[in-house]
Design a protein around this ligand. Structure first.
Ligand code: ADP
Length: 586
């Protein structure tokens, strides 16, 4: 530890010296001054740790020294030396700033050392306290600066988070991209104190951008629904580089040449263009305008870019949502269609099943009737009267014939159903086929009092067909005409060739002057086992299978049967057969 320096100010030379010597003895470095003025000069010139000053001195006395030092060096301990009995002086000295006092005559020099050590310790403590305080103040100042900086950072972050939060909430609450862009404009305008922020979207033809949303301060002219061409250099730059573009002087900048007049009129000073990128494409461009010079710092740019990115993500989510929706709708539609198809198929299957059961029960019924008759006549033959035997035999033969016809027709139907009827395709001239048939039947018709006319087309194309099957169809139709037309009637067998819907056809018709068929009956005529009014009236034998079989055969020939009939005015059945089918794919 360095030696402490003590200044002894006293006008009494002996005492001054004695004190100095004693202090030196005790390890201090002592300097003396003969009066107050000298003492003050010495203190001002050199460093001291303590000053011992006599109160009563000529010229500048001790009290003045105390007051001056208190003012000039408050941290320097001053100890006053006073005569006994002048306590008043000591009190005054302490009031003016003396740290301690010693009374003269000094009897015990050690007392002075104790006092000096005490004030030195106090001075040290005070110095230490001041140093701590200083340090504390420094720390405090540093802390204040840090807090201020962090507060500013937080404010910036908060501004950004609030804007982002609003954009994300808007995206959650709406399915409208324009609404998301509107929130984006508003948030940027509020966060950055801008008078006007616009957002554009590409118009449907993709040639221009249109302003679809904006934040527009009350004193600004709205820019909604304005078109902005993509060829404008500033816009083209943002589209191509997908980066923001800052234009410091919007009225002069050549990159806004198309709009410089508008910029002047609108008093726009700076313009910041920012892309909103969705799936690698610029979906929207934002325009941030100011009417005063403006610079965007790093935090501003971070906020702008992050907000645009958040809006981009929201728009992308929206796009995805819409795509998913469309997909789900398409899927739903497919499912609905398939369900409908399946239900139709199910109904058809059920109807087919029902038809099968119906068919089986009709078959058993139809078989049972002739069988019952046969059994009856067999009984009568053995037990009945002998003179009736011939009649019974005839009836028996008729029932057996009926049974045979029925079984033949059932076999035909079942072969058609099981697709076991394989047509023997060959070129057929219908005129010849029908002429033979008519010739064979003419006698029968005459016997029934009917006229059968044959009226064939002059040049009828040959068709690919199975002649035996076609003969069966013609026979069925002729038999019906024969059975259901009352005596005196006429029956025509006609052939014609027509082209219908670009398709050449050969048609043969069986026309009669019989009872005709009611419209409600016409719908059921081709059903199996259906026997109509004419059958009931005429009591003609039949099975109700003829027309069903005929239709099956004509279908095999890729043709169709049509019927024109008016009740009371006869019926015409027409068989349409396509005539351009090659033999191999007939
Ligand atoms: P079937 O003649 O054995 O009764 P079809 O299937 O040939 O069976 O005919 C079904 C029904 O159609 C007949 O029972 C009859 O009522 C009606 N029908 C068929 N041809 C004629 C016709 N030319 N005139 C009036 N009714 C007819």
């Amino acid at each position: 530890m360095s030696q402490k320096r003590i200044l002894v100010i006293d006008d009494e030379l002996l005492l001054r010296r004695a004190l100095a010597d004693y202090l030196e003895e005790c390890g201090y470095q002592a300097v003396t001054a003969a009066d107050g003025a000298e003492g003050l000069a010495t203190v001002r010139a050199e460093h001291f740790d303590t000053v011992l000053v006599d109160l009563r001195m000529p010229r500048v006395d001790g009290l003045e020294v105390v007051a001056t030092l208190k003012a000039e060096q408050p941290e320097l301990p001053v100890v006053v030396v006073s005569g006994t009995g002048v306590l008043q002086d000591v009190i005054e000295a302490v009031r003016r700033g003396a740290w301690d006092y010693v009374t003269k005559p000094v009897r015990d020099m050690d007392e002075i050392i104790v006092i000096i050590e005490r004030v030195l310790e106090r001075a040290r403590l005070i110095a230490e306290r001041d140093r701590y305080q200083q340090e504390l103040e420094n720390l405090n100042r540093a802390l204040e600066i840090t807090v201020a900086r962090q507060t500013e950072d937080l404010r910036t972050q908060n501004r950004e988070l609030t804007a982002l939060n609003h954009i994300i909430s808007a995206a959650d609450a709406t399915l409208d991209p324009v609404e998301i862009l509107r929130v984006l404009c508003t948030e940027l305008a509020l966060a950055l104190s801008l008078p006007h922020v616009i957002a554009t979207l590409a118009d449907p033809d993709g040639l221009a951008l249109k302003t679809v949303a904006e934040y527009c301060r009350y004193d600004r002219e709205s820019l909604l629904d304005r078109a902005i061409t993509l060829t404008e250099p500033a816009v083209a730059y943002v589209m191509e580089h997908q980066l923001p573009l800052f234009i410091e002087d919007a009225q002069q900048d050549s990159r806004l040449r198309d709009r410089s007049a508008a910029m002047r009129r609108r008093q726009t000073v700076t313009l910041l263009l920012v892309p909103v990128v969705v799936r690698g494409h610029v979906m929207s461009i934002l325009g941030l305008e100011t009417t005063v010079p403006r610079v965007y710092n790093d935090q501003d740019m971070t906020l702008i870019v992050n907000a645009a990115a958040a809006a981009g993500q929201a728009l992308e989510a929206l796009k995805l949502h819409q795509e998913l929706r469309a997909h789900a709708d398409a899927l739903e539609e497919t499912v609905a269609r398939r369900t409908a198809e399946l239900s139709v198929a199910l109904k058809q299957a059920q109807a087919a099943d029902e038809a099968k059961s119906q068919f089986l029960s009709s078959v058993s019924h139809e078989l049972r009737t002739p069988l019952a008759s046969i059994r009856l006549y067999l009984g009568l033959l053995s037990q009945g009267r002998i003179e009736h035997r011939q009649r019974y035999l005839e009836s028996l033969a008729r029932e057996i014939e009926r049974l045979q016809v029925l079984i033949e027709e059932l076999l035909d139907i079942s072969r058609l159903d099981l697709e076991k009827t394989v047509p023997q395709w060959q070129p057929v001239d219908l005129n010849t086929l029908l002429a033979t048939l008519a010739e064979d039947r003419t006698r029968l018709f005459t016997e029934r009092g009917l006229h059968l006319h044959l009226d064939t087309a002059a040049e009828l194309p040959t068709i690919a067909a199975d002649p035996a099957l076609l003969e069966q169809v013609a026979t069925n139709l002729l038999t019906n005409a024969l059975n259901y037309t009352p005596p005196g009637g006429e029956v025509w067998l006609r052939t014609t060739a027509v082209t219908h819907e670009a398709q050449p056809w050969v048609i043969f018709k069986v026309k009669d002057t019989g009872p005709g068929i009611a419209p409600e009956e016409q719908e059921q005529l081709f059903e199996r086992f259906y026997r109509g009014e004419a059958a009931r009236v005429s009591k003609a034998p039949g099975t109700g299978l003829g027309l069903a079989i005929s239709q099956g055969i004509v279908s095999l020939h890729h043709g169709r049967i049509t019927l024109e009939s008016t009740l009371g005015q006869g019926s015409t059945f027409s068989v349409w057969l396509p005539c351009d089918r090659a033999m191999r794919d007939a």
